[in-house]
Write a protein that binds this ligand. Structure first.
Ligand code: FMN
Length: 325
């Protein structure tokens, strides 16, 4: 058990003061219903939307890209961008919806994103990245903090250079996932690179990569000295993960029984149906294998649930599962 106050202290990012642990943006996963579930367990932590392109936000007449439930606050909005077209309009739309932070994605490794010269490819095009950063800062005009999420580099590791440029432009915090684009999400994390960045920058540095417990957070802190910790895939099927980690920093254990896990899955279904309408149960399927992994006969229940073709069928199987727990 650690008694170090470090874990209870908050971090200051521009005009925002938030706990050290926060959720990561996960495209296709950290939708509004999922964020609401995370919030049920973690009342104060900063949450992030999935990335959305500036032109998509600007052209979204119905406002679906900026829609959220107020309980998700404090909530940061993540943009992807490849040019400054529509950027001021998109920023205004986000700010008029009261997001507390704007983040620019300069780390996405997906081929479609790279082809459009956004995401991690921006790290190989510093003039473009710098122009985008400056335009975001001008458009935001100090109303909320502006942060940048990067990788170790695109093909070559140049995160230190990018970080220094970002800080000089006025970025309020840097989030780093220390792998290059070809390294995807599984190669060895470059802790030394993050340590060099942390000791060079004055702004807060937040680590993103394989944080799934208090122990992994402590190890990351020892090796890098970072200020904050982002939880990504560990939230998948475990929306209470940030709570579990923050409780561990205080020496207590947050326990979820298999029944409580399935009750959370049912709540997730409810929220998905409210948010996405009649097809809400379909988008839940990517979460199901992870929610059911701790129940006895997990494979059997997983397969049954994944085969459900209606909301009602899924609810019947879930009720049956609860009677077995
Ligand atoms: C399915 C998936 C979707 C992701 N979507 C985004 C995204 O929209 N924006 C972003 O900055 N990072 C995205 N990431 C990267 C994560 O935010 C995070 O940096 C990475 O997964 C490493 O952290 P983890 O080991 O805690 O998951 C995504 C990762 C995965 C696996």
């Amino acid at each position: 058990m650690s008694t170090n106050n470090f874990w209870q202290e908050k971090i200051t990012i521009g005009n925002l003061v938030v706990p050290r642990f926060m959720s990561a943006p996960l495209d296709g996963l950290t939708t509004s219903p999922f964020r609401q579930l995370i919030r049920m367990y973690s009342p104060n932590e900063l949450l992030f939307t999935e990335m959305r392109h500036v032109s998509h936000v600007s052209h979204d007449k119905k406002g679906a890209t900026v829609k959220f439930n107020p309980i998700e606050q404090p909530l940061a909005f993540q943009f992807s961008a490849n040019s400054i077209d529509f950027l001021p309009e998109a920023v205004e739309k986000v700010l008029s919806n009261n997001f507390v932070m704007i983040n620019l994605n300069s780390g996405c490794p997906a081929k479609t994103v790279i082809r459009s010269r956004a995401g991690s490819s921006l790290m190989a095009d510093l003039p473009r990245l710098e122009m985008l950063i400056k335009n975001f800062i001008t458009a935001i005009n100090g109303r909320v903090p502006f942060t940048l999420k990067i990788r170790a580099g695109f093909k070559e590791k140049n995160a230190l250079e990018v970080a220094c440029m970002a800080e000089a432009c006025g970025v309020d915090a840097l989030i780093i996932h220390p792998r290059t684009q070809p390294e995807g999400f599984s190669a060895r994390l470059d802790f030394d690179l993050v340590h060099r960045i942390k000791t060079t920058l004055k702004i807060p540095v937040i680590f993103s990569g394989n944080i799934n417990s208090f122990q992994s957070s402590e190890r990351t802190y020892e090796r890098t000295g970072v200020d904050g910790f982002m939880i990504g895939r560990a939230l998948w099927g475990t929306p209470w993960k940030i709570r579990e980690i923050t409780d561990a920093t205080q020496g207590t254990t947050f326990v979820m029984s298999p029944l409580q896990a399935i009750e959370t899955l049912i709540k997730h279904l409810d929220l998905n149906m409210q948010h996405f309408g009649s097809r809400g149960f379909v988008s839940l399927k990517k979460h199901i294998p992870l929610y059911v992994r701790t129940v006895p006969n997990a494979t059997l229940w997983r397969d049954k649930l994944l085969r459900a073709t209606t909301e009602e069928a899924m609810r019947t199987i879930l009720s049956e599962l609860c009677t077995h727990l």
